[in-house]
Design a protein around this ligand. Structure first.
Ligand code: 13P
Length: 260
């Protein structure tokens, strides 16, 4: 693949990140209040980003430019351009200053039929345009209860690793157990750590410097459980849904991230 800045032995800088995923929420005035309060908050000791719906990218750029808070999108097309009505390309996201784009969120896999191969192609398009793909993966409750967690997330991860090759070092992973998303039932810190360690080991087996990879946890993270989750050695921060829509909660989660 060609990327914006291809380098041999490339790697992302592992860092603690707290990323908000607004999903299909927002309205101009409410967004402005939320973005202004994020901008006004004291500098975080971690990277902070918000992934907003496409129509609000211009607003996020206007209100966050020059601040410590980055912005991104929740999906991109697997195609570069063309007759794909309704799709948004990674290059277009770059035009709006996005630093990140989520790919493979379980809601897209489940509700929009996205396959592992499509998710991998989206991650590739993002890297080509200089964006960091945040590749989401996770098992269903049925898979967990059937002892299939590693097999399920392994297939999702391998598709991305095979397509991206050495460039996979520049992605971010987000482990989001499907049963924990929006359910109020987070994975325990131990469950998250166990899966994150599995993911890191699997990435390393593909010859990628897994110690340099950021792996986020997502699924019912809130101000009360963020500290425990983020304290795990292989958990490099979180991907936050509902709690990212409330400025005070999101700020409190950001403050739970370890300072480096
Ligand atoms: P909740 O934090 O609302 O459970 O959502 C998690 C998520 O899907 C983030 O991408």
């Amino acid at each position: 693949m060609t990327t914006a800045t291809p380098e041999a032995g490339e790697s992302a800088l592992r860092q603690t990140m707290v990323v908000g995923n607004w999903k299909m929420h927002g309205a101009l005035q409410a967004n402005a209040d939320l973005l202004r309060s994020l901008r006004a908050a004291p500098p975080a000791g971690c990277a902070v980003s918000v992934c907003v719906p496409f129509p609000y990218l211009a607003q996020a750029r206007e209100l966050l430019a020059g601040s410590q808070v980055a912005w991104g999108a929740q999906d991109c097309s697997m195609h570069e351009q063309g007759a794909y009505t309704g799709e948004v390309s990674a290059r277009m996201l770059g035009d709006f200053g996005c630093r990140h784009v989520l790919v493979g969120h379980s809601e897209r896999r489940r509700l929009h039929g996205e396959s592992d191969a499509m998710v991998a192609a989206k991650a590739e398009r993002a890297l080509e345009c200089g964006l960091t793909p945040i590749v989401c993966l996770g098992e269903t409750l049925e898979q967990r209860e059937g002892g299939q967690t590693e097999a399920a997330i392994g297939l999702q991860l391998d598709a991305v690793l095979h397509l991206l090759g050495a460039h996979a070092a520049r992605m971010v992973l987000a482990y989001e157990p499907v049963w924990a998303i929006g359910s109020g039932r987070s994975a325990s810190a131990e469950q998250a750590q166990q899966v994150h360690a599995l993911l890191r080991a699997r990435v390393a087996r593909h010859g990628i410097d897994a110690q340099s990879l950021s792996i986020l946890y997502g699924g019912s993270v809130n101000p009360a459980n963020a500290g425990d989750l983020f304290a795990q050695p292989d958990v490099d921060g979180g991907l936050i849904g509902g709690a990212s829509l409330q400025a005070a909660d999101f700020q409190s989660i950001i403050e739970s991230a370890p300072r480096h």
